[in-house]
Design a protein around this ligand. Sequence first.
Ligand code: DGL
Length: 250
Amino acid sequence: MEKRGKIGVFDSGIGGVTVLKEIIKILPKENYIYYSDSKNNPYGEKTSNEIRKRCDEIVKYLINQNCKVIVIACNTASASSANFLRKKYPEIIFIAIEPAYKMVHDYSYEKPTLVMATKSTIESEKFNLLLKKYDNHKTYLLPCVGLAQKIEEGNETQIKKYLNENLEMYRGKIENVVLGCTHYPLIQEEIQETLGKVTFFNGAPNLANHLKNVLEQKNLLNNRGSGKVKFKDSQDSEEKRKRFFIYLYH
Ligand code: DGL
């Protein structure tokens, strides 16, 4: 493993850009490769086995691209596949996102909380262990079936309609919102409009700090890279590439 190796980041689509953005804020000199699996998303309604197979393929690709560490920037993929990947590739460092529910426990325990995530994440063993450990007993779980797909497509009208139909009932009842899918920070404003004033919890900034610490400890920090970001999409979609870079740099 060498310092000049890339940081690989992947998600089912372009949502993981919300994680990469936080990472680049504190590690601007690293070089990155981002893999968006738009040919196979959404992951949120797939079985664990199907998701694992996709993650395995992506990880093989990223290892071939000389990655010194791989960030699983997808809560759904982390929940179903992080353990499997760590076991299968013990020589690779994996950093995995998870819904920021512990932050609610640490900073806002008393307040009613809504966890928004994919169906697969909400049903996963990993998330249920987290919930059991940090339960504030005022938590509503909302499996947002189809929402990541609408964000992926960038369809504003559909997104607003979805939020009105699925979130309106929580308006005024909720004070904390856990953004348990990496696509959701892209529509934070729209969620706020539907729910009113709430505090958002997003695991990406903590993940970025953790990644920096791990690279530091292992003497793998690159302070001399050019901060290049390479984008790879399993569908080679030009439209996805464009939107990815718009989200990343604006
Ligand atoms: N962005 C992903 C996550 O964090 C999942 C989206 C999907 O369903 O593909 O869970």
